[in-house]
Design a protein around this ligand. Structure first.
Ligand code: FER
Length: 282
């Protein structure tokens, strides 16, 4: 009995060491804790008219501390998962707390964060069978809503830069798949792309990056991350393998964790510090 206990604890200790060797960095304690006395960004819910869907659609916008119409900002489009809607990041991840803390420590560039509803259909609520093929298809249709309706709306309503170096797209799970599909499929629009725990809606690598030379030239950052116990890790792994084989620079960040907001909050903390730096400005 004693020996079994010893064996188990040795294995456990080894596993911790083995895992920690893979961890480049992790968000420090308190990164997601509300701090009193620091400046805070602002959250608004706004409507935009979507020709793609034929409705007025909701999106949530975070503007940073010190936001002013007299300045100009880059934009991060931040997408949700299959069970969520435009409120998922706010409810599950409180990204505004992470951003406010990062601003207080001057660790990120001032940016506007747009959290849309990525299920581009008339009834875009996460109700009923969320895996229904019509609903899953609506996550693909969102590409047209994003490019033709939402981005133009943001660019005429907010003081933002409109070149590719000032546009980023990232998301969790279905939103990670969308970000990789839409970002890598529209390199003329996006220079910074992140997939967190990307779902099976992610295109096969050969379709996702058919032209590695162009991707290599155009991407400022390609980020692929996943929790090490997430069943969906095979999607990130196959993408990473293809990018490696084809010499497309990217960050492949595997962290301890499952398919949940603990992982996605950490990813958001990491990813946002890397975007809109080194030539993000016009
Ligand atoms: C699937 C498994 C997971 C799938 C989507 C998901 C469309 C999405 C998960 C999430 O967004 O959290 O087979 O197929």
């Amino acid at each position: 009995m004693k020996q079994i206990f010893l064996l188990i604890s040795t294995l456990f200790a080894f596993n911790l060491i083995a895992n920690s060797r893979n961890i480049v960095k992790h968000a420090p304690k308190g990164f997601d804790t509300l701090r009193i006395g620091i400046s805070q960004g602002k959250i608004d819910t706004v409507f935009y008219s979507s020709k793609t869907v034929g409705t007025n659609r909701k999106t949530i916008i975070y503007t940073p501390p010190g936001y002013s119409k007299d300045k100009k900002y880059p934009v991060l489009y931040l997408l949700h998962g299959i069970g969520g809607d435009e409120t998922e990041w706010l409810k599950g991840g409180q990204p505004q707390v992470i951003f406010d803390n990062l601003y207080a420590e001057k660790k990120i560039e001032p940016m506007i964060v747009v959290m849309p509803n990525g299920r581009a259909m008339k009834d875009d609520r996460a109700v009923g069978d969320i895996f229904d093929s019509v609903k899953v298809q609506a996550f693909a249709t969102f590409e047209s809503d994003l490019l033709n309706d939402l981005i133009p709306f943001i660019e005429k309503t907010y003081p933002v830069y409109t070149n590719r170096e000032n546009r980023a797209i990232a998301g969790l799970s279905m939103g990670g798949g969308q970000s990789l599909n839409f970002g890598l499929g529209n390199l003329a629009k996006f220079a910074w792309v992140g997939g967190f725990s990307s779902a099976p809606n992610t295109k096969e690598p050969e379709l996702l990056v058919p032209d590695p030379t162009t991707a290599r030239k155009k991407l400022k950052l390609l980020w692929i991350s996943c929790g090490d116990t997430d069943d969906l890790i095979t999607i990130s792994q196959r993408t990473h393998d293809y990018l490696n084989t084809n010499n497309v620079p990217h960050i492949y960040y595997i962290e301890p964790g499952a398919h949940d907001f603990k992982v996605w909050k950490n990813d958001l903390y990491m990813f946002t510090q890397l975007i809109f730096v080194n030539g993000g400005r016009p």
